[in-house]
Design a protein around this ligand. Structure first.
Ligand code: UD1
Ligand code: UDP
Length: 368
């Protein structure tokens, strides 16, 4: 009996780590596949060095391409892998192209799929992730959800209630497992910022692909630097566009390579505020109690607004919201105090919950 975990892009790694560890504790045989969707050291390898993740059993080396090219290459590589290893269950994470491709291939081979982080919806079909989420959920037999709103979305789409499990958030398991290793001063020193700084991350196609939209973002990041130094670990998508628009041409904006998990989370932990369009960062800031200004018209993670520190902003509203949050943060005696309330079950135990549901499901289905 073998379970196959499919990872490939940066956000997959911190989500998969606690699930793999918890299944290993229960003695389940597992294979970890890295599709190679992300391949730079700072987008991939660094997570295997820093997090509790085994080496992948195979790296399919798929790399970059248009959606169709990349998804096709992913499907071809994953089909060979699944035909060769005949897993009893394929476990996919989040909403990236590797997730979608694995779900389609497994479904066509009649292999059941478990989707970790099911049911999130932005209701914005211009986002590639929304397409990936909807298709993956429609093809999955086990739907592990991180927030109650996701249950309602899946039910509305006709998912069998029995397949839906509210388990908490494995991304947060990883954060809570690593929080004692975070070192704000060391991370600050490594990027050369003082004690008062803002962290920014930008990589959504809707923000960084079109130079005209990206130019507005450059302007607001430069504006933010009027309040405090800004550290921007720049994702490879949009790097050339943002750099051509002069994102780094400001003495208080530090454009750096993507950071390893520990340096990144350390910087977030000690920040006055975070400006982002990332999915995961909206959740991590909620748990660390750091104000999060999300430069997007919508979010598939509204629980980070209702139960957390997140707010949606535009290039017009960012400056006002940021000034308010930064002033409140500067007035706090200790920035490192964690919030007392977080979304339900974001307690560091999602991995073990998922593992135990999977083992029971395997018992029922295969009489393991
Ligand atoms: C992908 C996910 C997105 C997720 C993001 C996390 C899809 C459709 N999108 O977006 O949901 O939020 O990862 O980081 O799966 N590149 C490199 N080095 C790398 C990887 C990528 O230089 O290691 C560059 C290439 O030019 C590539 C571009 O980044 O064409 C985009 O990479 P891709 O994996 O297609 O999508 P992301 O924008 O990274
Ligand atoms: N992250 C990191 N270094 C960085 C930026 C992000 O380690 O420089 C981590 C962080 O934990 C974040 C995760 O990578 O939540 C996924 O980030 P990304 O924004 O790429 O993906 P998304 O969540 O938007 O799909």
């Amino acid at each position: 009996m073998t379970l196959l975990h499919i990872t490939g892009a940066r956000p997959n790694f911190p989500k998969a780590a606690p699930v793999i560890a918890a299944l290993a504790e229960l003695g389940v045989r597992q294979r970890l596949i890295h599709t190679g969707q992300h391949y730079d050291d700072r987008m991939s390898e660094v997570f295997f060095r820093e997090l509790n993740l085994p080496r992948p059993d195979a790296n399919l080396g798929v790399g970059s391409g248009s959606h169709a090219q990349q998804t096709a290459a992913l499907m071809i590589g994953l089909e060979t892998e699944m035909v060769t290893t005949s897993p009893e269950l394929v476990i996919v994470y989040g909403d990236v192209n590797s997730t979608l491709a694995a779900a389609i291939v497994a479904a066509k081979l009649n292999i059941p799929v478990a989707h970790v982080e099911a049911g999130l919806r932005s209701f914005d079909m211009t986002m590639p992730e929304e397409v990936n989420r909807r298709v993956t959920d429609a093809l999955s037999q086990l739907l592990f959800v991180t927030s109650p709103d996701a249950i309602a979305h899946l039910a509305a789409e006709g998912a069998d209630q029995e397949s839906i499990h509210l388990v908490g958030n494995p991304m947060i398991d990883t954060l809570l497992a690593q929080v004692s290793r975070l070192d704000v001063d060391r991370a600050r020193a490594s990027v050369g910022v003082g004690e008062d700084y803002i962290v920014a991350t930008l990589h959504r196609p809707g923000n960084v692909d079109d130079p005209q939209i990206a130019a507005d973002l450059v302007a607001v990041v430069h504006d933010a630097a009027g309040l405090a130094e800004v550290v921007l670990p720049l994702h490879p998508r949009g790097r050339s566009t943002l750099e051509a628009l002069g994102i780094g041409d400001h003495p208080r904006v530090h454009v750096v390579e993507p950071l390893g998990y520990l340096d990144f989370m350390s910087l977030v932990r000690g920040a006055l505020a975070v400006i982002t369009d990332s999915g995961g960062v909206q959740e991590e800031t909620t748990v660390l109690g750091v104000p999060c200004l999300t430069l997007r018209p919508n979010t598939e993670r509204p629980i980070t607004i209702s139960h957390g520190t997140n707010q949606l902003v535009t290039t017009h509203t960012l400056a006002g919201a940021l000034a308010e949050q930064v002033a409140a943060r500067r007035a706090m005696p200790d920035r490192l105090v964690s919030p007392t309330t977080v979304p339900p079950l974001w307690d560091g135990h999602a991995g073990p919950r998922i593992a135990s549901i999977i083992v029971n499901w395997l018992d029922d289905r295969y009489g393991r």
